[in-house]
Design a protein around this ligand. Structure first.
Ligand SMILES: NC(=O)c1ccc[n+]([C@@H]2O[C@H](COP(=O)([O-])OP(=O)(O)OC[C@H]3O[C@@H](n4cnc5c(N)ncnc54)[C@H](OP(=O)(O)O)[C@@H]3O)[C@@H](O)[C@H]2O)c1
Length: 282
């Protein structure tokens, strides 16, 4: 039997066991995916010791993603760019770390918009400069986009992000002051919210989308609620929208493949299952 885990602190709200449990059953695999609560002080030992407990690897979530980054032996290029690790596994005796939010965000965009969607997209606006923003920017930098603007409530964090991710990419990476957004939005063919604004219990992200290009796409990575106030406002303007749930589902794919040896499919049934869980919890 192959065992994997999700480790965090706290961990009881993670939906990863539901996702991986669905796939284990769907593919008839002899495996388990366990929820493990580990306090930060014990995380280093956990990472060193999970092999001896029979685990093939697992997901790492808040607050351990940066510590995992520093404690794995090898990292994927995506993890290097983001500076955080959310998926670990053993390969030829070596402890590897990846950041699958990068592939997860891009796979969901491709699945929602169709491959090649970026052909028409010159300018992207990313709101937020936290860990998720880094993953989103890193993913977008692999596409033939001209420039990405990053705007954040705390401008210095946007500057840090741009400085860290700019090198080695042909995509222009610039920052925008929050107050300057009315001048950026009319040029942005893709607008992505990576802040926690709009999440249940948080204030909405209030953006005036009336001057966004008619063909603009508005994506939100917040998925509780599934239709955030930003996505509702975008729909009201007649703009295309991409919700945040698909990123959560697609980011789980590479880990499952590494631990269980099967590339799982993000099916409408899986989406329905997680959606029902989100609705049920509200
Ligand atoms: N769909 C998915 O699979 C997925 C994956 C990862 C994350 N997420 C979601 O993405 C969101 C961000 O996650 P994260 O890991 O990047 O968090 P994080 O590192 O804590 O960053 C939070 C971001 O939100 C901004 N923010 C928070 N409160 C704000 C407010 N009142 N006004 C303006 N900006 C505010 C922060 O700005 P400051 O720098 O100014 O504080 C920062 O840019 C969360 O809601 C998370 O659930 C979704």
């Amino acid at each position: 039997m192959t065992k994997a885990f999700v480790v965090g602190h706290p961990i009881k709200h993670s939906r990863s066991p539901l996702i991986h449990g669905y796939w284990l059953e769907r593919y008839g695999l002899d495996g388990s995916y366990d929820r493990i609560d580990v306090a930060p002080v014990n995380f280093g030992d956990f990472l060193k010791g999970f092999r001896s407990k029979g685990y093939a690897g697992g997901n790492v979530t808040i607050p351990h993603k940066e510590m995992a980054f520093f404690n794995v032996e090898r990292r994927t290029a995506q993890a290097e760019r983001v500076g955080a690790v959310n998926t670990v596994w053993i390969e030829d005796g070596v402890l590897w770390g990846d950041n699958t939010d990068v592939a997860g965000f891009m796979a969901h965009l491709d699945a929602s918009l169709g491959t090649g969607w970026e052909q028409d997209v010159e300018t992207v606006l990313v709101l937020g400069a936290g860990g998720a923003a880094r993953a989103v920017v890193a993913g977008l930098q692999d596409r033939p986009i001209k420039r990405i603007f990053v705007a954040n409530r705390t401008p210095s964090k946007a500057e840090d992000l741009a400085r860290d991710l700019r090198s080695g990419s042909p995509v222009g990476l610039e920052t925008s002051a929050w107050e300057a957004l009315p001048r950026v939005i009319p040029h942005a063919r893709l607008i992505v919210n990576t802040t926690s604004l709009g999440m249940a219990g948080q204030p909405p992200l209030a953006l005036d989308l009336s001057r966004a290009p008619r063909k603009a796409i508005v994506a939100d990575i917040v998925y509780v609620p599934i239709e955030t106030p930003l996505l509702a406002a975008a729909s009201a303007e007649g703009l295309r929208t991409v919700d945040g749930l698909g990123m959560l589902l697609h980011q789980a794919v590479p880990g499952f493949r590494r631990w269980f040896g099967v590339t799982p499919e993000v099916t409408p049934e899986l989406r329905g299952l997680i959606l029902a869980d989100i609705e049920g919890a509200r």
